[in-house]
Design a binder for this molecule. Structure first.
Ligand SMILES: *Cc1c(COP(=O)(O)O)cnc(C)c1O
Length: 359
């Protein structure tokens, strides 16, 4: 009943927008978490014009290879044991290296390397996010330790990640870029700094490679705008159907907890979608849904499999009619803000029972 329709044309369009925004950079398309819930196989196919792909986990990389992707694939967290290093060698994955243990793994496995080549390594500098990466004081030593390894391509590439780029006025981004430039000053090696927000807001962060995720899916990386404000087209449309209709008298309630009550005679539609599909439970009454291309309010609590919608103001409404939860005409950014979260979480949270189809 619930479907997530993915527009391959919108994906290609968004890739083109990013190319124009970062014309001197190669594009590493970030397709972790099942391509932000969009379905990694279909997304990677639509994005075959990307220069490389990035995933968080090694299993995700293998799925990409199984779907026939031949471009480079970077593992954004790297590998954590010798078995994974062996898998990365056979699948020809690029490796993030952010701990001494990962350097030690490579040092102890001189026999492991991609066929006919060496590992492409992205050495990660922690410029202030304090998640992954070597501290500035350790970075050069880590680079020197990798320099003498026979299974690592030289020079290693230079990588960092921004903590505040979605808030462009936050001074932290420029500080992080400055730390990156100071520590890597004079070092050879391709560079990558920018996710979607940094590549749109900070031209100086674009470097050799940009790493867009969210923008590829047509979503604004900033809290105060939507994808179309940046020329992007939404890729996912989440839709379901109306399965029941009834009329409520003033004072009657809807759904669990009876949190909503009718102030007027109300035509209520029940649509087959709920938190069991990944629609957020904590949206407030009055969150919009699209019926007949008009925004009408959700009323009452979101159930696992159903929501209530006030369709009183439509000129009639039938069971079977489509309901759009987000997508073209109703930005996922809006629903995320109604749910007190970010679009990333809604997109990644699409559940298994939702049929994903490519249009
Ligand atoms: C997820 C991720 C990205 C993509 O971020 P968006 O905000 O979705 O563009 C880029 N780089 C790294 C290291 C990431 O983990």
């Amino acid at each position: 009943m619930v479907s997530a329709t993915i527009s391959a044309a919108a994906l290609r369009h968004n890739l083109g927008v990013i190319r124009k925004r970062a014309p001197a950079s190669k594009i590493m398309a970030v397709v972790k978490a099942n391509a932000y819930g969009h379905g990694v196989a279909a997304v990677a196919k639509a994005l075959e014009g990307a220069d490389s792909f990035a995933v968080a986990r090694i299993e995700e990389g293998l799925t990409l290879r199984q779907t026939g992707i031949t471009q480079p694939i970077a593992l954004l967290e790297g590998v954590f044991d010798r078995d994974q290093l062996g898998v990365a060698a056979s699948a020809n994955f690029e490796l993030l290296v952010h701990t001494h243990e990962q350097i030690e793994l490579l040092r102890r496995a001189p026999d492991l390397a991609p066929q006919g080549g060496k590992f492409v390594v992205w050495l990660k500098l922690d410029t202030g996010m304090n998640r992954l990466g070597f501290k500035p004081a350790e970075f050069l030593q880590a680079r020197a330790a990798l320099k003498i390894l026979g299974n690592v391509e030289q020079p290693v590439r230079l990588f960092t990640h921004m903590a505040n780029a979605d808030t462009p006025e936050h001074p932290g981004t420029l500080e992080q870029i400055k730390i990156f430039d100071t520590v890597t000053n004079g070092l050879a090696g391709q560079q990558s700094i920018a996710n979607s927000a940094s590549l749109f807001a900070f031209g100086q962060a674009q470097r050799d490679w940009v790493r867009p995720g969210l923008a590829l899916y047509g979503v604004s990386p900033f809290g105060d705008s939507i994808g179309p404000d940046h020329g992007l087209k939404p890729v996912m449309t989440l839709a379901s159907r109306i399965i029941a209709l009834k009329t409520l008298e003033p004072g009657e309630h809807v759904g669990y907890g009876s949190i909503w009550s009718a102030r007027r005679r109300t035509r209520l539609a029940i649509a087959a979608v709920g938190y069991g599909d990944g629609y957020p439970r904590n949206v407030l009454s009055a969150t919009p849904v699209l019926v007949q291309e008009r925004r009408v309010p959700l009323i009452g609590r979101v159930s696992m499999d159903m929501i209530g919608i006030d369709v009183t103001d439509l000129d009639g409404c039938d069971t079977g009619e489509p309901v759009i939860l987000w997508g073209e005409g109703l930005p996922v950014e809006k629903i995320a803000s109604c749910a007190g979260t970010i679009p990333y979480e809604l997109l990644c949270g699409i559940s298994q029972r939702v049929g994903v189809q490519v249009a």
